[in-house]
Design a protein around this ligand. Structure first.
Ligand code: AMP
Length: 618
């Protein structure tokens, strides 16, 4: 299968263009390439600046977007317009993140707890995909500026624990940024590749990748067999990292100088200075024994021994995670043959020592810990480009395969460039009470609306027993066998009824057609994703209208006249918004209706609970 590059500027197909590796991180992101002459992986940077681009997006009053170092300065002064850690929101619903909601200083919409989260800035709504696409766009532009050539193809890394939806969201973000995402690979896999692990032809190895960044910790156990990486287990803590190390230093200094929490809360400038100085101290202590600072007449100190004492509980937590990961992988620690270190915080000697003591072997730490993931992504990109002739490319799917969901959207089950054979399953449900059948339409292509893709097959799963909407569990599975035959199966799990169909996705499809379909998907990406966002907003609006109507029908007698009128008006406004082509308007009207219904919905709930409790002895 030939790899196709598309020059967005000219619309022409390019066969020789470089493929970049991108580490789209929670805190920082960066781009790497394989240097065409030295053949070595290289992180891209402008003269005298860092290769790291802070994963921060700032919106000004006029809606202008800045990304990276320039956006970082607004973190403290404009917390509502400055979005950090968007990666933590990828593919998540509000329910998924509500326990950590206080972490986000910007507005994460919390009404529709089941649907995907959105961030509100002024009167605009952004999905995590939009936010990530701004970061990717910046990375793309930087890379183009440095390389002086268009950059349109990339390999992007994601955490090993990312699910299908999160991976698809990352692909979409790439597409929206004008990038043809050739493959999404796991961060630990990329880190291993950067160390040359898994590149040997007949290599078989079990390794651990320990990744301690600014705000997250991940440990992954990987099994490498003949170039195939299998994740045996992952563990970690999504809220543990170098930022915690900075905080304990700030705490020690507060004690030394007699500063209170309240004083720091009041004085944002001082609080920011302390945090930055603490980070500086931490980094210096990786090489020095003591750090001293004079601040407003106070002498603030910290020694390496003190620092190591303060962060010991955090390090112990990471080691506990390593133990769990080893147990989940069903192996012994002694079977781990290499340990790869990733993330800036692994530069702390106490961290290195603890990890090496746990695994009973020296760790791999020679590659720059901040860049190692991007460098590995570049290695993978080079393999995909066919430059690494030593490395055999496995059979892959040239186009994505998926099914049609609500509003004519394409839901991808097997992304393009997946290795075959492969098997993927996903659960769906009904959206009408008593719905007895479900039509499964199978499509191929990269566009967001199925009408722009190629239809491969269609069948009906009928005989679903009558159940309320949302209760049936229909598992749709896609299996592509080694001969490239796709078997699509749908099974309702509660009743066991099932139906399947077989197709040959490549049948009648020439290389030129595949190229055209890819080119279309990139040139229409902006429009497609806007359409998808509108369809999703409308579906959300329609569902809210339906549930509100049901609720009012049941509980009208418990509501005041005023509440009924306000609700009717808000419903009408939402209904009207649904007929217009404006997703932000739909989101605003959904918000307004939710604001009105929330107080009485809670009241009616409470009443129902207290009625149910009456007469019951506890
Ligand atoms: P990452 O998310 O991988 O970019 O890691 C960033 C984290 O690594 C931040 O908390 C940094 O303060 C931390 N870090 C970077 N360099 C050092 C160093 N030399 N010693 C200790 N921590 C560091």
């Amino acid at each position: 299968m030939a790899k196709i590059g598309i020059n967005i500027a000219t619309g022409s197909l390019q066969k020789e263009e470089m493929i970049v590796g991108i580490d789209l991180g929670t805190t920082n992101s960066l781009v790497a390439i394989i240097h065409p002459e030295s053949k070595q992986p290289l992180a891209l940077k402008e003269h005298n600046s860092s290769s790291l681009v802070p994963s921060i997006v700032h919106f000004d009053e006029a809606g202008n977007v800045t990304v990276g170092e320039a956006a970082k300065q607004f973190l403290i002064t404009e917390p509502h317009n400055t979005i950090f850690s968007a990666k933590r929101l990828m593919g998540k619903s509000y329910n998924d993140i509500k326990d950590n909601a206080s972490f986000f200083t910007y507005k994460v919409i919390d009404d529709n707890t089941e649907s995907l989260v959105k961030v509100q800035v002024g009167d605009k709504f952004y999905s995590p995909i939009d936010l990530s696409s701004f970061i990717l766009k910046e990375l793309k532009q930087r890379a183009e500026h440095i390389l002086k050539t268009p950059v349109t193809r990339a390999v992007i890394t994601v955490p090993a624990y990312f699910n299908d939806a999160q991976r698809q969201a990352t692909r979409d973000a790439g597409k929206l940024a004008g990038l043809d995402v050739l493959r999404i690979i796991n961060e630990p896999t990329a880190a291993s590749l950067a160390y040359g692990l898994g590149l040997g032809k007949e290599e078989s190895k079990t390794i651990a990748v320990y990744d301690l960044g600014g705000g997250t910790f991940d440990i992954s156990i990987l099994q490498i067999t003949n170039g195939i990486f299998e994740v045996l287990s992952t563990n970690g803590d999504t809220y543990l990292g170098g930022d915690d190390f900075d905080r304990v230093i700030v705490k020690q200094w507060m004690k030394q100088s007699g500063l209170s929490e309240a004083e720091l809360f009041e004085n944002k400038g001082l609080s920011q200075t302390l945090r930055l100085k603490a980070e500086e101290a931490k980094k210096l202590l990786s090489n020095a024994e003591n750090f001293e600072l004079e601040l407003n007449g106070n002498l603030l100190t910290i020694s390496r021994t003190e620092f190591e004492g303060l962060i010991k509980p955090f390090i112990e937590r990471t080691i506990k995670s390593c133990e769990s990961a080893i147990a989940d992988a069903k192996i012994a620690v002694s079977e781990i043959e290499s340990v790869v270190m990733v993330g800036g915080s692994t530069r702390v000697p106490a961290v290195k020592n603890a990890v090496s003591a746990f695994f009973g072997r020296p760790v791999n730490d020679t590659v720059n810990a901040d860049e190692v993931v991007a460098l590995g992504a570049a290695v993978q990109a080079d393999i995909l480009a066919g430059n690494n002739k030593e490395f055999l490319l496995l059979d892959i799917t040239p186009l994505s395969l998926g099914i049609e969901t609500m509003g004519g959207l394409m839901d991808v089950l097997i992304p393009r460039n997946s290795k075959i054979p492969t098997k993927v399953g996903r659960q769906y449900t009904t959206h009408k009470d008593g719905q007895s059948g479900m039509r499964i339409s199978v499509f191929q292509g990269e566009r967001d609306l199925v009408q722009d893709n190629r239809k491969l097959a269609e069948f009906n799963l009928s005989g679903i027993p009558a159940m309320p909407a949302g209760l049936p569990k229909v598992e749709v599975s896609f299996l592509i066998n080694a001969d490239g035959i796709l078997v699509v199966k749908a099974k309702e799990l509660r009743s066991g009824i099932e139906q399947s169909i077989e197709v040959k996705p490549q049948y009648g499809l020439s290389d030129e057609e595949v190229e055209r379909m890819l080119l279309d998907s990139i040139t229409n990406a902006k429009d497609d994703i806007a359409k998808r966002a509108l369809v999703e907003a409308r579906t959300e609006g329609e569902q809210l209208l339906e549930t509100t109507e049901k609720f009012i029908g049941k509980n009208a007698s418990l509501l005041s006249q005023q509440e009924l009128i306000a609700t009717a008006e808000a419903m009408q406004a939402l209904q009207l918004a649904l007929t217009m082509e404006d997703k932000d308007l739909v989101h605003r009207k959904v918000e307004e209706l939710n604001e009105i219904s929330r107080p009485y919905a809670e009241r009616v709930m409470d009443q129902a609970v207290s009625t149910a409790m009456k007469g019951k002895t506890i």
